[in-house]
Design a protein around this ligand. Structure first.
Ligand SMILES: [Zn+2]
Length: 260
């Protein structure tokens, strides 16, 4: 029995360097995080680890300090596997994700549909678009970092700050690119911006609207203040910390966009 056990261990470590098995998940330990995956993902893991390492480094550079705790990455090989995790974590039995939904991040974990399967199991995403793929992973890592510094680590108890949570992830990951800003400016040349921050993370321009608002805060108030804002889960506290009001913030953000 003992011998069998050690043979098994050898087989497992042969399958995945530094890896071990938990509930059929193979775990690959990295510095600061673990990557959990099914055996069928073995050939992809090296590439995925590099993407997560890059993303982690980018996030830590942006916020100037490391992640405060370790976290787990789960690579889901099927949409059913991803959905069953979300059903459990979000307490929505029977939840079925839409095709564009490929990942989520909270303080302790990041769940992602195996990026190499996006072409067949998702829409709007392609693994081959390496820049966009890296930015998407980094976006989720920003959520993990944010969750580790927020009173609501899984963002279940936040009020009115969706635009900030998402805008920060968009901005810090590099998703606020030239294309998005051009589309936002085109939109604003013929449309009024939302009058409420709660409407910024809505509609076709949500990435541009929320991302550019967080960029505006970063430039006007500075990175130190932006980092302080990670600790707020209510809009009221966040605005108070900035010493502004919702109207004023939106008006000033709009003016800076015009002057470009
Ligand atoms: Zn997000």
């Amino acid at each position: 029995m003992k011998k069998h056990f050690s043979t098994l261990l050898l087989v497992i470590s042969g399958l995945s360097c530094l890896g071990f098995i938990q509930n059929n998940w193979l775990t690959n330990q990295q510095e600061g995080f673990s990557i959990n995956h099914r055996k069928s993902e073995e050939q992809n893991i090296k590439e995925y680890i590099q993407l997560f390492k890059n993303g982690k480094e980018q996030v830590e550079l942006f916020f100037k300090t490391p992640f405060s705790s370790t976290f787990n990455v789960y690579i889901h090989s099927t949409r059913t596997s991803l959905d069953s995790t979300w059903q459990k974590d979000w307490n929505i039995p029977g939840f079925k994700s839409q095709c564009w939904m490929v990942a989520s991040g909270v303080a302790s974990r990041l769940d992602i549909l195996s990026p190499k399967k996006w072409d067949s199991l998702a829409c709007e995403h392609s693994f081959a678009n390496t820049t966009k793929t890296q930015r998407l992973l980094t976006h989720e890592l920003v959520h993990v970092y944010h969750g580790q510094r927020n009173p609501s680590p899984d963002f279940s108890d936040v009020n009115g700050i969706d635009w900030f949570v998402e805008g920060l992830a968009v901005y810090a990951s590099g998703q606020l690119d030239k294309d998005r800003l051009t589309r936002l400016n085109d939109f604003l040349s013929t449309n009024q911006p939302p009058s409420k921050l709660s409407d910024f993370w809505k509609g076709n321009n949500k990435y541009g609207l929320s991302g550019s608002m967080v960029k505006y805060i970063d430039i006007k108030y500075g990175r130190k203040k932006l980092i302080e804002l990670l600790g707020f889960n209510q809009l009221e506290g966040l605005l108070k910390s900035l010493g502004t009001t919702e109207n004023e913030l939106i008006m000033e953000w709009r003016e800076t966009l015009k002057s470009k």
